[in-house]
Structures are given as structure tokens and as C-alpha cells.
Write a protein that binds this ligand. Structure first.
Ligand code: FES
Length: 112
């Protein structure tokens, strides 16, 4: 079994994910935060906030930053970098494929 055989990709619907917004998706024991940048580009991050490892369920994009709903940490949308306390580390980026045979408005995110 190769490393590629063990990879797990999560297919996500992003057709209605508007520029400047994000979506939290939970799948079994993993979670993903998908972010649509203002220019339409997509990013995927691990769904746990780097501050206290709480789920980013309910996160919002405000003024170009992802806002954690728990203690207000802010992260740069395009890189996931922490923009200040209480988070000292950025979000963990996940590999994302937009044109890999999935349907229109679907992406695949590497979750394992
Ligand atoms: S868990 Fe996100 S700011 Fe504390």
C-alpha cells in the first residue's frame, strides 16, 4: 500500500460559497474550514482553531480575516496566519483540488 492509497479526500460542495465567506464541514473525527477569498480563490484549513483546538464551527470572515467564534482569534484568510492574540500560531492549511474529476462546484480536500 502506497502513501497515496492511504490518503483520504473529502468532497465538499462550494457552489454557493460566496467570496469573503467560509464554511465549516465536519466529517467523522475530522473537520475542515473552507474559505472563499474576495477574488474567488479557495483555501482549506483544518477545522480546529490553533488557540485552544476548538472547532471553527460558526467562524465568520470579517474585513479579510477569519474570526474564531470562541475567543475572537483572527486569521488571515489567504494564508491562515494568526493576526494576534489569543492565537499565536496560524491555522493548518490542507491540500485542496478543484479540478480532479468531481462535479461542478465541488472540491476535494485532503483530510488524512
Ligand atoms: S479556540 Fe479559537 S480563539 Fe480560542
Amino acid at each position: 500500500m502506497t502513501r497515496e492509497d492511504r490518503q483520504e479526500w473529502l468532497e465538499c460542495d462550494v457552489a454557493d460559497l460566496a467570496p469573503g465567506s467560509c464554511r465549516y464541514i465536519a466529517h467523522e473525527a475530522r473537520s475542515v474550514l473552507l474559505v472563499r477569498l474576495a477574488d474567488g480563490a479557495l483555501r482549506a484549513y483544518d477545522g480546529l482553531c490553533s488557540h485552544a483546538l476548538l472547532p471553527l464551527d460558526g467562524a465568520r470572515v470579517r474585513r479579510g480575516a477569519i474570526m474564531c467564534p470562541h475567543h475572537g482569534a483572527r486569521f488571515e484568510c489567504g494564508s491562515g496566519d494568526a493576526l494576534g492574540p489569543p492565537a499565536s500560531a496560524g491555522l493548518t492549511p490542507l491540500e485542496l483540488k478543484e479540478d480532479d474529476g468531481q462535479g461542478e462546484g465541488q472540491v476535494k480536500v485532503l483530510i488524512a
